[in-house]
Design a protein around this ligand. Structure first.
Ligand SMILES: *Cc1c(COP(=O)(O)O)cnc(C)c1O
Length: 365
């Protein structure tokens, strides 16, 4: 079976470097907030092109810590999308704020700025823009909107490590950029991990405080904090993977180009790349009105296609009927019925892409 993602293949591709890095941490004996986390933070900040990076325990926490550090609190409304990992919305509520949904643009699957504008109220304090599947949301329009209305802009970059918009790395444009390093992401650890970036030194300092009990350097809890530390073993792995991220993303892009060519002219709607941006294909997502039949057909031919996401957040049990904006999400609901994620990871071979495309074509011929 060709899987949709393959973290084991990622480990094997970088095995010597990862094994050596893990051994060095174990020999050194420091396991939490030591030299590896510090080095990873400065290397990641330099890679993204920002002043500060702060390692945290996972991508959900990155958003929680970012929102809290920006002063978002109970009663504040935060506009986001329902076509995302449920974690985006969970994080807004974990920060104490109130999520509000706006619909997506059907070509990019990301927030429609006009819909965001309509969702703004006197209580709106922030926008969480999700750069879905590996490319930018309409970040310039969202940033203009945020500035015009005095809102904070948080970028959920969990699926877009290394992607660019107008030359800038995603995550460097809003107030804070938040990344997950879950094993299947473009920059994946061997377990949970996350990191956030910002150019604001005060926000960075507050994030550092919040991730460890609210402690100042003298270990006084200056405000109620949490425990969301990145550990040394994961940071050491992430340093090895970061050095290979651009090459790995190039492999994803080459595989996507192969899909594009092979599937041109078929009934499948292929990913649209936003002008002046680079897509890093965390996922290669096509649209089809016959998804259930196509997915079953692929499975019979040894291809495990995924669905991101089958149920929009506003229709999931915990959120149904209680989130503002949920009654006006037609594009979100249509996307959820039609999206199909084809296998995509740097170690996927061109021959496997050809096998997936042959299976897809036989489903519609
Ligand atoms: C993976 C993901 C998250 C959550 O990251 P975790 O590390 O699992 O907490 C948040 N947002 C998006 C868009 C994601 O893909």
């Amino acid at each position: 079976m060709i899987p949709c993602s393959n973290p084991k293949a990622q480990y094997l591709a970088h095995q010597a470097g990862i094994d050596a890095a893990l051994r060095a941490v174990l020999d050194g004996g420091q396991l939490i907030l030591g030299p590896e986390v510090k080095a990873f933070e400065s290397e990641f900040a330099a890679y993204i092109g920002v002043g500060h990076a702060v390692g945290v325990a996972n991508g959900t926490d990155a958003i929680v810590v970012a929102l809290r550090a920006l002063g978002i609190r109970a009663g504040d409304e935060v506009i986001t999308t329902a076509h995302t990992a449920v974690a985006t919305v969970a994080a807004i509520e974990l920060a104490g704020a109130t999520p509000v949904f706006a619909d997506i643009d059907p070509r990019s699957f990301t927030l429609d700025p006009a819909a965001v504008q309509r969702a703004i109220t006197a209580r709106t304090k922030a926008i969480v823009a999700v750069h879905l599947y590996g490319q930018s949301a309409d970040i310039d329009a969202l940033q203009a909107l945020a500035r015009r209305h005095g809102l904070r802009l948080v970028e959920d970059c969990a699926q877009a490590h290394g992607a660019r918009s107008a030359g800038r790395r995603l995550g460097s444009i809003g107030d804070v950029g938040c990344y997950s390093c879950y094993p299947t992401k473009n920059l994946g650890a061997l377990g949970d991990g996350g990191v956030l970036v910002t150019n604001d030194a005060e926000v960075a300092a507050r994030c550092r405080r919040l991730r460890e009990y609210g402690w100042t350097e003298s270990r006084d809890a200056a405000e109620p904090g949490m425990n969301s530390r990145l550990d040394e073993l994961q940071a050491a792995v992430l340093r090895v993977k970061l050095a290979a991220l651009d090459a790995d993303n190039e492999r994803r892009r080459a595989l996507a180009a192969r899909y594009d060519t092979a599937l041109a002219g078929t009934p499948f709607e292929l990913p649209a790349v936003r002008a002046n941006s680079t897509h890093v294909y965390h996922l290669y997502v096509v649209r089809t009105r016959e998804r259930a039949r196509v997915q079953a057909h692929l499975r019979e031919r040894g291809v495990a296609a995924g669905i991101h996401y089958a149920v929009p957040v506003h229709l999931q049990t915990a959120y149904r009927g209680r989130i503002a904006g949920a009654s006006a999400l037609p594009e979100t609901e249509r996307a959820a019925l039609e999206v199909l994620s084809l296998p995509m990871y740097p170690e996927l071979t061109p021959a496997e892409v050809d096998q997936v495309c042959a299976a897809l074509k036989s489903a519609v011929s």
